[in-house]
Design a binder for this molecule. Structure first.
Ligand code: ZN
Length: 301
């Protein structure tokens, strides 16, 4: 039975992360030595794909493409180890050592073409690699840190501080009042695009408080009630989108002209038409985005 009625793109990773075993270096080495072990490859944040699927490589071959601290243990597929390697450098390995095995693709650009399973595996790998790329040095003493636990932790050899991958929580919410909901647009978005409102949750703030603050700051709305909908990992680089609906006190609302350039109220029939792409000149995010499902749930209630 699913954990939630909503499993979004980038969630639903089918691998067993084996978080209770990955600290065992000998166990990981044994998994790598198994001929059934496989690895995916990233190059500068882009995954290697072939025919729209992850292009799996023998793990020994993949490890040779990157320095030793750039191999990540993703989890178990049955009893077999699944790994990822992070290749850096200017030259595209897809046109060199990996020629014929696939091509490196922009993950955002191919979201809607991936299987749910592949998207979730790639999301975990991408977020971890981005964390490694941005946290190579101990944030306590500044020394280079060492990879541990298959890449899920870094340890400082100097001060022994332990560092863990970060996940940045974002509240993403659909405000509604009476029979209308509000969507906003940022000036930088493609013409006609409207979506749910969103913002990072700040230290010392609950999810509900962040939702109310963002609605106040961005659209001048006073929040009456917040209801959790679902969540979505978003690996650009490491957000967790926490989807909410929020009843607000009136149907006024003004864009702050900083985050939002425009806000607009939609009735349920209008929201359904927007989702169906039937309002000329207006659009909303597709099904790969949690905002789509927030709007659909409200519109179809
Ligand atoms: Zn340190």
């Amino acid at each position: 039975m699913p954990l939630s009625p909503y499993t979004h793109v980038f969630a639903g990773n089918p691998l067993d992360r084996a978080g209770d075993r990955r600290a065992d270096a000998a166990w990981l080495a044994g998994l790598k030595a198994d001929p059934a072990a496989r690895a995916l490859a990233f190059w500068n944040g882009k995954p290697l794909l072939a025919d729209g699927r992850i292009a799996w490589l023998p793990v020994g071959f993949a490890e040779g493409l990157a320095s030793p601290d750039r191999t990540l243990f993703l989890g178990l597929d049955g009893e077999s180890g699944v790994f990822a390697v992070d290749i850096e450098g200017e030259a595209d390995p897809g046109e060199g050592v990996l020629e014929g095995r696939g091509a490196f693709a922009d993950l955002r650009a191919v979201i809607s073409t991936l299987t749910m399973e592949d998207a979730a595996i790639l999301a975990a790998a991408r977020s971890l690699f981005e964390w490694r790329r941005r946290h190579r040095y101990c944030s306590v003493c500044g020394q280079p840190s060492d990879l541990a636990e298959g890449g899920w932790k870094r340890v400082c050899p100097s001060c022994r501080a332990e560092h863990f991958p970060r996940t940045d929580p974002v509240a993403i919410m659909l405000p509604w009042h009476g029979d209308r909901c509000l969507l906003g647009r940022q000036a930088s978005w493609v013409d006609g695009m409207f979506s749910a409102l969103a913002g990072f949750i700040e230290p010392g703030e609950s999810v509900e408080e962040a939702c109310a603050r963002e609605l106040s700051e961005e659209a001048g709305l006073r929040t009456r009630n917040v209801v959790y909908h679902s969540s979505q990992p978003w690996p650009f680089p490491s957000s967790l989108m926490i989807g909410l609906t929020a009843e607000v006190e009136d149907d006024e609302g003004q864009p702050d002209q900083t985050e939002l350039s425009e806000v607009r109220w939609f009735t349920r029939p209008e929201a359904r038409a927007l989702l169906a792409g039937e309002i000329p000149g207006l659009k909303c995010p597709g099904p790969h985005a949690i905002a789509h499902h927030l709007l659909r749930t409200w519109a179809e209630t």
